[in-house]
Design a binder for this molecule. Structure first.
Ligand code: GDP
Ligand code: IMO
Ligand code: MG
Length: 431
């Protein structure tokens, strides 16, 4: 049975949540495999909006198994708020037991958020513009072999011992280096052990669970967070997040091997956005940029910050095809371009070290990259009502055809509005 990975092909917020929600109808299990509550994935079903930060975007389909894989860093407090919110709205995951959290997930604690914010404020203009959710410091602890995993977190004795052993060193850094108040291990234990108790029933050996699913021919959908250009290896380093956002992360972050993956679909907006600092060659500060921001309602789903906007970038998409092994692209927000006289796609860069058709390797070339554009006629009518490719305006179809030529992969899905139904499925990877 096919299993499908969904990844962001740009700098995040491409519409992964919408596509995962749509594909979940055909899947049996939906797995988040990296990142944490830096993600904000939006679903619009029957006009009702849901924003998810940790719970997989298959959750609105009853009967689907939702898994938080070992590669995810979990803020227990945020996860419980999300679970309680869904319960209030009639989706009770406590009762349905429709969520499994890997016992190997690393746990975000209050000092991780403290360190994230303190580091950012100390760096001033050189800051990354993180979400302040403690993501980087938690992954640093994981890789530095200093972290707390779910397995220990839900065992009070182990959790208490962890805090007793590890808080001293962290307090030295917080107070002496970062100029922040010390943390109180006892207080953290009191508050967080209540969260641990509530989450304990969900905590599972998820590689075993997923392997069983795979062997019984279940269809698995992997939900990436962030995007390819935010990947710690393949992104615009150091302006990236701290995890492997590319498709390979689905393996390390779930415990299923690469032979378990059949399709990788990259999600791309019909233009580009980015939140936070870092290079963005096609960024626009003119009226077109304002059009994209306003018509696309481009504000972060997690922090509410305005997203920077610019033209579609085929150099970025070709990179995403390569490092994820994309078998298809989904292009979202085509409706947002309606009303522009012309639309552009960057096909190469002029960099301080010459013309480049592939992404630069050094930050200064990223920062100095001037896009080389191809220009296309725009479309005035909104494509929101289209449900077949043939119903789209000719200019949209030519734009999509050119994206396929420039990237060498088929556009298998088009999104023409935020609603689940505002979608054109050209090829179903689960078929
Ligand atoms: P994600 O992080 O990749 O899941 O994306 P976000 O949810 O952060 O941001 C995407 C935003 O675009 C959300 O507000 C979606 O509801 C919205 N959206 C998704 N597809 C479309 C589309 O085709 N048209 C419009 N207008 N909005 C869309
Ligand atoms: P979804 O899954 C867009 C960005 C932050 C910052 C950088 C590092 O909704 O697409 P972090 O807090 O991860 O250390 O911040 O990464 N960032 C995102 N941008 N969408 C996201 O997630 C993001 N998650 C992190 O803005 O620039
Ligand atoms: Mg988002």
């Amino acid at each position: 049975m096919p299993s499908v990975v969904i990844v962001g092909a740009q700098w995040g917020d491409e519409g992964k949540g919408k596509v995962v929600d749509l594909y979940s109808e055909w899947a049996d299990a939906v797995v988040r495999y990296q990142g944490g509550n830096n993600a904000g994935h939006t679903l619009v079903v029957n006009g009702e909006k849901t924003v998810l930060h940790l719970i997989p975007s298959g959750v609105l389909h009853p009967g689907k198994l939702c898994v938080i894989g070992n590669g995810v860093v979990v803020d227990p407090k945020v996860l419980l708020v999300e679970l309680d919110e869904l319960k209030k709205r009639g989706r009770d995951l406590f009762k349905d037991r429709a969520l499994s959290i890997s016992d190997q997930c690393h746990v975000i604690l209050p000092f991780h958020q403290e360190m994230d914010k303190a580091k950012e404020s100390l760096q001033g203009a050189g800051k990354i513009g993180t979400t302040g959710r403690g993501i980087g410091p938690t992954y640093i602890d994981k890789i530095g072999r200093e972290g707390l995993r779910m397995a220990e977190f839900v065992r009070p004795k182990e959790f208490r011992e962890f805090l007793e052993k590890k808080c001293d060193y962290r307090n030295q850094i917080l107070t002496k280096v970062l100029g922040r108040p010390a943390i109180d291990a006892k207080k953290i234990f009191e508050e967080y052990s209540t969260y641990a108790e509530r989450l304990q029933p969900f905590v599972t050996n998820t590689p075993v669970l997923l392997d069983k699913s795979r062997r019984s021919n279940k269809r698995i959908l992997f939900e990436g967070a962030q995007g390819t250009l935010l990947d710690v290896d393949h992104g615009t380093y150091p302006f990236v997040t701290s995890s492997s956002t590319v498709a390979g992360g689905a393996c390390t972050g779930s415990g299923l091997g690469p032979t378990s993956i059949d399709h990788v679909i990259g999600i791309s907006k019909a233009y580009t956005t980015r939140v936070g600092e870092g290079p963005f060659p096609t960024e626009l500060s003119d009226d077109v940029g304002k059009h994209l921001s306003k018509e696309g309602n481009e504000f972060g789903a997690t922090t509410g910050r305005p997203r920077r906007c610019g033209w579609l970038d085929a150099v970025v998409l070709r990179h995403a095809v390569r490092v994820n092994g994309l078998t298809g692209l989904a292009v979202t927000k085509l409706d947002v371009l309606a009303g522009l006289k012309e639309v552009k796609i960057a096909v190469a860069y002029e960099t301080p070290e010459g013309k480049a058709e592939d992404v630069p390797s050094v930050l200064s070339n990223w920062q100095g990259a001037k896009p080389v554009y191809e220009t296309f006629e725009g479309w005035s009518e909104t494509p929101r009502k289209a449900r077949q490719f043939s119903e789209l305006p000719g200019a949209v179809r030519r734009f999509i055809d050119r994206i396929e030529e420039l990237t060498g992969v088929p556009v298998v899905l088009l999104s023409v509005g935020p609603g689940r139904e505002e979608t054109i499925v050209r090829e179903n990877p689960f078929a």
